[in-house]
Write a protein that binds this ligand. Structure first.
Ligand code: CA
Ligand code: CA
Length: 173
């Protein structure tokens, strides 16, 4: 991968966190992602699944801020994201993924409408709501369901896929 491709990937990762596109990642991005997911799956904020999603989103934000908000202004700029989050998760992708675990677990619960696991179609809806571009969704859902079972597998596999997605090889490294 060349530098331009690396930059493009980092920009895409940053954009997927910066849900409202205002140039920095903050708590609002995480809570609005939670809100949008609940609306997509017609789940109320008051029920257990809705509460778990908001709590997971807050924990994810706190974890992100702890890693990347170097100046403590409650905003993660693109520069902070690259120097903090990207480096950290390259060094320790599994540990980075752990900060997302409560959120991803809650997302699985919201998107699993029949209690039999999340369908590939519903996983695609999640990714779309979270801002993944439509052309990237088929590859992402295929990666999440390598055995082509039609269902997104366990939380552990989802976490591993999440870590892999955000572990972008650095051409300079
Ligand atoms: Ca933002
Ligand atoms: Ca900051």
């Amino acid at each position: 991968m060349d530098s331009a491709e690396y930059e493009r990937r980092i920009a895409a990762r940053f954009a997927s966190f910066d849900q409202d596109g205002n140039g920095y990642i903050d708590r609002e991005d995480f809570s609005s992602a939670a809100k949008a997911l609940l609306a997509e799956f017609d789940v109320t904020a008051r029920c257990d699944k809705g509460q778990a999603l908001y709590i997971g989103a807050e924990a994810f934000w706190q974890g992100m801020a702890g890693i990347a908000d170097v100046d403590g202004d409650q905003r993660v700029t693109r520069e902070e994201f690259v120097t903090g989050a990207v480096k950290r998760l390259r060094d320790s992708p599994q540990r980075f993924a752990e900060i997302a675990r409560p959120f991803l677990r809650a997302v699985l619960a919201v998107a699993d409408r029949d209690g039999q696991g999340v369908t590939a179609e519903d996983a695609g809806r999640v990714l779309r709501v979270l801002g993944v571009t439509p052309d990237a969704i088929p590859a992402a859902t295929t990666a999440l369901d390598p055995e082509n079972t039609g269902r997104i597998p366990s939380e552990e596999q989802l976490l591993a896929a999440f870590a892999a997605y955000f572990t972008t090889p650095d051409p300079e490294a």
